[in-house]
Design a protein around this ligand. Structure first.
Ligand SMILES: Cc1cc2nc3c(=O)[nH]c(=O)nc-3n(C[C@H](O)[C@H](O)[C@H](O)COP(=O)(O)OP(=O)(O)OC[C@H]3O[C@@H](n4cnc5c(N)ncnc54)[C@H](O)[C@@H]3O)c2cc1C
Length: 360
């Protein structure tokens, strides 16, 4: 690793260690670790929008520099949820598909860490089958009128904007009638109801839209062209280091109390370490743009299933009073790894059909 990147990694680890010093829970911090002040600090340090071009307000850094910083923050459990969705996928999406006005309005808030974004994809009857979304947006003069409901919207209770996938042509075939619209969460007609998950946290929400008026200029990219756009956005969502190191802090702490003279324990540690090493190489390949198109499905399946094996290890090997609260929480949270961002079953379908060309 070049000296300057090594120095950046050291600095990011130091900042992350300070951020988690007083936290009881350090796991899954990119979803559940909410701290607006810390996100603003990341913005001030230039650690948001790192790879976005300078001419749109980004920092023009390399993907490897961003990888090093995000790996350090998430591995330690630094509370980055208030800026993660904007940094991971909305910023790059707006730079790719947004109008100059949208870029000028929304990218600065992402880079400064002052505006929080949520993803409005899933609905009560449309999760895996995203093409069946029913939330409708109808053009009325220079405004969209949005009606419908989203569910599992992480961060909606604290967020500023939801990136909404909505049906804009009810008569077109399912994949061809959906569009992407930016909706301010404080718009009249929006009701946000947090949902308590098994860990007791309330990060995801139901969001209802009743006659919500949105400027027509908030359409991102092509009208009725969301399917192609969202597939590209999911590449950012599925292939990153957040899918590998969500519970690394608990694993490392468990190693301190595990009986490492036990040959079975040693074997399991060896398997996990090998998985972490392989997963890191897969993520790096995605980050550096060296992976074949669609391979983020493979990366997500391998890395999130490893996170679940780490949870099994933590529960069976490291039983210790000091870690008990974190272990119980880990047991409740672990199913989420292979659900959020696309389930392993769906991703195996994608791998079989689109990557390997197997018959349906
Ligand atoms: C922690 C967490 C955070 C989330 N955050 C967000 C968010 O911020 N925004 C958002 O929009 N969504 C979010 N989600 C929702 C997530 O994307 C969906 O839960 C996921 O896509 C699955 O959809 P579903 O829950 O409707 O399950 P369903 O689609 O009903 O699937 C149920 C089961 O059937 C299986 N299944 C379905 N179809 C097939 C098929 N064709 N072949 C094989 N198996 C199939 C699935 O794999 C699954 O096991 C979040 C979820 C979690 C757990």
């Amino acid at each position: 690793m070049p000296d300057d990147v090594l120095a950046l990694q050291r600095e990011a680890r130091k900042v992350a260690a300070a951020a988690v010093a007083n936290l009881d829970v350090r796991e899954d911090s990119w979803v559940a670790g909410y701290s607006k002040p810390f996100s603003r600090e990341l913005g001030e340090r230039g650690w948001l929008g790192m790879t976005l071009p300078r001419d749109v307000g980004g920092h023009g850094r390399t993907p490897f520099e961003r990888f090093v910083v995000t790996e350090a923050l998430i591995s330690a459990g630094a509370p980055i949820a208030a800026s993660w969705i904007g940094d991971r996928q909305i910023g790059p999406t707006l730079v790719h598909y947004g109008t100059p006005e949208q870029v000028a309005r929304f990218v600065p808030g992402i880079v400064r860490g002052t505006e929080m974004w949520c993803l409005g994809l899933s609905e009560p009857d449309a999760g895996s089958d995203l093409a069946s979304v029913r939330t409708r947006a109808v053009l009325d003069g220079d405004e969209w009128i949005v009606d419908g409901a989203k569910i599992w919207t992480s961060g909606a209770a604290d967020g500023d904007f939801v990136y909404l996938i909505s049906r804009t042509d009810p008569d077109a075939p399912a994949h061809r009638g959906i569009s992407e619209i930016i909706v301010a969460l404080d718009s009249p007609g929006i009701t946000v109801t947090p949902i308590r998950d098994m860990t007791g946290a309330r990060h995801f929400c139901e969001v209802h839209f009743e006659g919500v008026r949105v400027p027509a200029t908030n359409l991102v990219g092509e009208l009725n062209g969301s399917w192609r756009q969202v597939m590209r956005q999911l590449e950012h969502e599925r292939g990153g280091v957040d899918r590998l190191v969500s519970n690394l802090a608990l694993y490392r702490d468990t190693l301190e109390v595990a009986d490492r003279t036990d040959p079975i324990v040693r074997q399991r540690i060896a398997a996990i370490e090998a998985g972490l090493h392989t997963g890191r190489l897969m993520v790096l390949r995605e980050m550096l743009g060296q992976a074949p198109p669609g391979s983020s499905a493979v990366t997500k399946v391998c890395c999130t299933e490893l996170e679940q094996r780490i949870t099994d290890f933590v529960l069976s090997v490291g039983l210790d009073g000091l870690l008990a609260g974190r272990q119980g929480r880990a047991a409740c949270y672990a199913p989420a790894y292979t659900i959020q961002g696309g389930t392993s079953e769906i991703l195996r379908n994608v791998i079989g059909e689109r990557l390997l060309g197997l018959p349906r």
